[in-house]
Design a binder for this molecule. Structure first.
Ligand code: FES
Length: 193
């Protein structure tokens, strides 16, 4: 069980990379927006992408509220630079947490939201260039590979009253295979309660 922020997370929190300042002009090819401005809780990721090679040449971001997302999106913006889009589509909660050197279990949804915002930015690039979407429309994250259970299914179960690991397991069948997803499932349940 991880409860503390890692050294990498603290460093990026104090010295974030690739953050756009207020009203700083920036030309981008794809933009993902998560949350909304009025609720003062918003993350925006901007990508500069080479149309021919589909390589991400630059990645910047802006944030309102969502302070706990700062280190995660800072690290992500460094990770995706130079990455081809097909590879960046494989980015998962697991990859980002690994790069952060761990992340508190009860904050895992913050990381999931950053990954979703990246995928929204990629989809925006595809849309703007008349290309076919290569990401799923709902951006569900597969938490349990054995039983093919997504974060959205777990969230729905919790919001429908399954407030314990056992109840979520009964409803969704998650963690009934190899069991390696159990910690992630528990962390998600905690974050949705
Ligand atoms: S990944 Fe969930 S049971 Fe194997």
């Amino acid at each position: 069980m991880v409860t503390l922020y890692s050294e990498t997370t603290n460093q990026h929190f104090e010295h974030p990379c690739n953050q756009l300042r207020d009203r700083e002009p920036f030309d981008f090819d794809g933009r993902g927006i998560f949350g909304n401005f009025e609720s003062e809780d918003q993350l925006v990721i901007y990508l500069v992408i080479d149309l021919e090679t589909e390589i991400i040449k630059d990645c910047k971001w802006q944030i309102i509220g969502m302070k706990t997302a700062i280190a995660g999106v800072s690290v992500l913006s460094e990770m995706v630079k130079g990455m081809v889009l097909s590879k960046s589509l494989e980015m998962s909660v697991y990859h980002l947490i690994k790069q952060l050197g761990g992340f508190p279990d009860d904050q895992i949804q913050v990381i999931a939201n950053i990954i979703k915002t990246l995928k929204l930015a990629i989809n925006n690039f595809y849309e703007e260039n008349g290309l076919e979407h290569k990401t799923s429309d709902d951006f569900a994250l597969r938490i349990c590979k054995c039983m093919d259970v997504s974060d959205q299914q777990i969230e729905a179960a919790v919001k429908n009253g399954a407030h314990t690991f056992e109840k979520v397991q009964t409803i969704t069948k998650c963690s009934t295979g190899c069991g390696t997803c159990a910690e992630k499932v528990q962390a998600l349940i905690t974050s949705y309660l």
